[in-house]
Design a protein around this ligand. Structure first.
Ligand SMILES: C[S@@+](CC[C@H](N)C(=O)[O-])C[C@H]1O[C@@H](n2cnc3c(N)ncnc32)[C@H](O)[C@@H]1O
Length: 215
């Protein structure tokens, strides 16, 4: 791959632009893409005068419409739509928007971390004594109210958000055409991962950090 200062990168679902300063220092051109005008306006305010950042309001489900040819596409917790068809479409659009040898770097909410947290809840209740069947029934009801485990969907009132299993991500990325798919965990200190009850003496919860290549 050429030197980083020659590369074109896009921050997909850039939000308020937390990553943009770093990206603009490292890369030749940075596209900050988000469908929220409000988010983009906040980000733009922060980077007035930064000539190598281009802001584009657009939906990453239709990324190829923007006609970008990217060396690197980054999506940090922004592929969250609850529709599996939409997720698959985004991954394909990202693939199509990359140059050959291009890299996709992303963070996805981990469904396994939710299962892990449920196990901690279960064991915590068990340690206090009580009926095992009743404890598991209560935890199933409590967690099951918020999560649908087969498609990996979190629900809160009208809001829905996709979480991902590692095997699922691997399969979806492969189906989109990606190769050399690698995973790491991004750990979150207890208290920083949404509304999850903390277990400070236990290993932290995580999201999936993914690297995938277009060959
Ligand atoms: C949780 S925020 C993450 C923002 C940023 N990547 C970060 O790490 O701080 C998700 C962002 O993705 C954007 N987003 C979600 N779905 C999108 C889509 N289909 N097209 C464009 N932007 C999208 C949202 O508007 C929001 O700004």
């Amino acid at each position: 791959m050429p030197k980083t200062e020659e590369l074109v990168v896009a921050d997909l679902g850039a939000g308020t632009g937390d990553l943009l300063f770093f990206l603009s220092m490292q890369f030749k051109r940075v596209y900050a893409i988000d469908f929220s005008e409000k988010m983009l306006n906040i980000a733009k305010e922060k980077f007035i005068g930064k000539k190598n950042i281009t802001f584009k309001q657009g939906d990453i489900r239709d990324l190829s419409k923007l006609g970008l040819k990217l060396d690197i596409a980054i999506a940090i917790n922004s592929i969250l739509c609850p529709s599996i068809n939409d997720v698959n479409k985004i991954l394909k659009e990202v693939y199509d928007s990359l140059k050959s040898e291009g890299l996709f770097i992303a963070i996805f909410p981990a469904m396994e971390a939710v299962l892990y947290h449920s196990l901690l809840l279960y064991e915590n209740e068990l340690s206090k004594g009580g009926d095992e069947d009743l404890i598991i029934k209560n935890i199933n009801r409590r967690v099951g109210k918020e999560y649908c485990f087969i498609p990996g969907i979190f629900r809160d009132k009208d809001e829905k958000q996709k979480f991902f299993y590692k095997f699922e991500l691997e399969r979806r990325l492969k189906n989109a055409g990606f190769k050399h798919i690698k995973f790491k965990k991004v750990y979150y200190p207890w208290g920083q991962h949404g509304d999850f009850e903390s277990f400070p003496n236990e290993t932290m919860m995580w999201d999936w950090f993914v690297f995938a290549k277009k060959i």
